[in-house]
Write a protein that binds this ligand. Structure first.
Ligand SMILES: *Cc1c(COP(=O)(O)O)cnc(C)c1O
Length: 383
C-alpha cells in the first residue's frame, strides 16, 4: 500500500503488487508532466481549439426570476465538444498516454459517456481504443455503443456479475496489468487508486479556474455557493477545486436518492481505494438505480468522502422526480436542456435559491447536455 494519495482516511491504493508497480509508473509520469510547461501548453491548446473552452458562465435570468431568490449562474460544460465535462479529462490523460509512449488506450464506461469521450480523444490522437462496458449496459445503451464504434473504438461487452459499470472497471484493470507496456488506462472519474483521483481532479480543475475568473469579472466577488451533481465526483471536484480554500463559498454536491453514497454510505474499499460506499447485507457493493446512468456508482471519489467528513463540503440528495422536474423546468425557462445527471444539481438549486436573498449568488455546474436523455424522458412521459 502506498501512503500517497490519501485525503484524510480516504483514498490510497489497495491493489496487488503488479498493478501497484504500473500505478507508480503512471504517478511518476503524471507528476513530471503537470509541471512541464510544454505539456501544459499542449493541454491548453486542445482545450481551446478542440473542446471549445472557455465555455460561458451564463446568468440564468429567467430561472432567477422564477425562484425569487439568489442569482443563479450556470457553468456551461454542456457546450463542450461531445457534450459534457468528461472531455476535459480525456484530453489531459490522452496527452499523458502519448507522452508515456502508449499505443493503445482502454477505458471503462457505464452509460457510455466516458466511452464516447475516450473514443473521441483516441480518434483525434490516432490511438487504438478498447472500451469495456457491462453486457447489461451495452444492451441499454445501443446508440452510445454505435457512437463509440463510429469513432473507431472496439467495445467489449463484459458478461460477468451484473454486467454493469463495476464489472467493466474490473475487466479494464485486468487488461491494464497484463498490457501496461503499451497500454494506458484512461479512467473517467475522480475515483480509483492513486494517482487517478488526483489526476482527474487536476484535469477537471479548469472548470473552477474559469468560473472563478468569470464570476469575479461579472460580479466583482466570489459566489456564495457552488452546486454540482456527484456520481464518481469528477465534475464536482473540478467545479469545487479553486474554491476549496475560500471558506465563504459553500460547496454542495448533489446525489440521486437512489445512489446517495455520501449521504448514506459507510467507509469501505472498492476498486482499490477507500471511500464512502454503499454495501448490501453481504458487504458487497450495492447496485444503484438512478435515472441518470452517469450517477450510478456505489462508491465515490476519496476527496469528496474527506470533504464530507471534514465538513468543508455539504452533500445532499434529490429524488428522481425532482431531477426529472428540473430537466423540464430548465428546458422551458432557459432553453437549455441539461443532462439528467446535471438536472440533479439544478433540482437542488431550485430548492436553495428561493431560501436565499437576491444579493446572494450561486453557480450550478451544468456538467452536460440532455440530448442523450431526450428519448428516455420521452418514454418516461409517455410510457
Ligand atoms: C459521467 C457524468 C456525470 C457523473 O460523473 P462525475 O464523475 O460525478 O462527474 C455527471 N454528468 C454528466 C453529464 C456525465 O456525463
Amino acid at each position: 500500500m502506498s501512503q500517497k494519495g490519501f485525503y484524510g482516511e480516504f483514498g490510497g491504493s489497495f491493489v496487488p503488487g503488479p498493478l501497484q508497480a504500473v500505478l507508480d509508473r503512471l504517478d511518476d509520469a503524471f507528476q513530471t508532466a503537470k509541471t512541464d510547461a510544454e505539456f501544459m501548453k499542449e493541454y491548453r491548446h486542445y482545450l481551446r481549439e478542440y473542446v471549445g473552452r472557455d465555455n460561458p458562465l451564463t446568468f440564468a435570468q429567467n430561472l432567477t426570476a422564477k425562484c425569487q431568490g439568489a442569482k443563479i449562474y450556470l457553468k456551461r460544460e454542456d457546450l463542450n465538444h461531445t457534450g459534457s465535462h468528461k472531455i476535459n479529462n480525456a484530453i489531459g490523460q490522452i496527452l499523458l498516454a502519448k507522452r508515456m509512449g502508449a499505443k493503445r488506450v482502454i477505458a471503462e464506461t457505464g452509460a457510455g459517456q466516458h466511452g464516447v469521450a475516450t473514443a473521441t480523444a483516441c480518434a483525434m490522437f490516432n490511438m487504438e481504443c478498447v472500451i469495456y462496458m457491462g453486457k447489461t449496459d451495452v444492451a441499454r445503451q445501443a446508440l452510445n455503443v454505435f457512437r463509440m464504434e463510429l469513432l473507431g473504438a472496439k467495445v467489449v461487452a463484459v458478461g460477468k456479475g451484473q454486467g454493469r459499470l463495476k464489472e467493466a472497471v474490473d475487466e479494464a484493470l485486468t487488461d491494464f496489468v497484463q498490457n501496461y507496456q503499451d497500454t494506458f488506462y484512461l479512467l473517467g472519474s475522480a475515483v480509483g487508486p492513486h494517482p487517478f483521483p488526483e489526476m482527474v481532479k487536476f484535469f477537471q480543475s479548469v472548470v473552477s479556474e474559469e468560473s472563478k475568473r468569470q464570476i469575479l469579472d461579472k460580479e466583482g466577488r466570489l459566489p456564495d455557493a457552488i452546486l454540482a451533481c456527484v456520481g464518481g465526483g469528477s465534475n464536482a471536484i473540478g467545479a469545487f477545486a479553486h474554491y476549496i480554500e475560500d471558506a465563504s463559498v459553500r460547496l454542495i454536491g448533489v446525489e440521486p436518492k437512489e445512489a446517495a453514497t455520501l449521504t448514506e454510505g459507510i467507509p469501505g474499499t472498492i476498486h482499490g481505494f477507500k471511500c464512502l460506499v454503499l454495501l448490501d447485507e453481504q458487504g458487497n457493493p450495492q447496485p444503484t438505480y438512478s435515472i441518470a446512468a452517469g450517477l450510478d456508482y456505489p462508491g465515490v471519489g476519496p476527496e469528496h468522502s474527506h470533504l464530507q467528513a471534514s465538513g468543508r463540503a455539504e452533500y445532499v440528495a434529490v429524488t428522481r422526480q425532482e431531477a426529472f422536474d428540473a430537466f423540464l423546468t430548465l428546458s422551458k425557462t432557459e432553453g437549455i436542456t441539461p443532462a439528467l445527471e446535471s438536472a440533479h444539481a439544478v433540482a437542488y438549486a431550485l430548492k436553495l435559491a428561493p431560501q436565499l436573498s437576491p444579493d446572494k449568488i450561486i453557480i450550478v455546474n451544468l456538467s452536460g447536455r440532455g440530448d442523450k436523455d431526450v428519448a428516455q424522458v420521452y418514454d418516461m412521459l409517455n410510457g
